[in-house]
Design a protein around this ligand. Structure first.
Ligand code: AMP
Ligand code: ZN
Length: 142
């Protein structure tokens, strides 16, 4: 039996508030409800994080996200936007190591969702940025 909490939900060993399910993907409410309707979308196949996706699994999961996002948005006329977040690795705040995407509906700028991006654009030279581009492109799978 799997020790993974999301596999247990998929196998109906523990309950969830499921909003969508097909043979390959499930979506259920996150217990924390950062904002009302906060939903997790995940593959039924156990993969730890985004680095473990192959093309087929990516197509399967990503193709479901827009329609689940639309259903959440259309469920409440006060939802005006949505943040979609996918944490990978402890350092990136992943806490459940069965890959999942957070769909977090946004109501106002003052709802309970918080995220900040620092602007570090002046911290890097053109050469440093060019080297970053080169090293990433070198590793790109064909
Ligand atoms: P992350 O930190 O990105 O790995 O997100 C894991 C999420 O799973 C957290 O937001 C938790 O609230 C959520 N979570 C953990 N256990 C459950 C559960 N049994 N049902 C629904 N959501 C859960
Ligand atoms: Zn799992």
């Amino acid at each position: 039996m799997s020790e993974c909490i999301f596999c247990k939900i998929i196998n109906n060993e523990i309950p969830s508030r499921t909003v969508y399910e097909d043979d390959e993907v499930i979506a259920f409410l996150d217990i924390t409800q950062v904002t009302p309707g906060h939903t997790l979308v995940l593959p039924k196949k156990h993969v730890a994080d985004i680095f473990d996706y192959d093309k087929k699994l990516a197509e399967i999961v990503f193709s479901r996200i827009p329609k689940i996002a639309r259903a959440i948005k259309q469920s409440d006329s006060t939802i005006t936007g949505m943040n979609i977040i996918n944490n990978n690795g402890l350092v990136a705040y992943q806490s459940v190591f069965h890959s999942h995407f957070h769909l977090i509906p946004r109501y106002t700028k003052h709802d309970d969702f918080k995220i900040t991006f620092s602007d570090n654009s002046t911290s890097y030279t053109d050469d440093e940025l060019d080297r970053l581009v080169t090293s990433i492109k070198e590793k790109m799978e064909v």
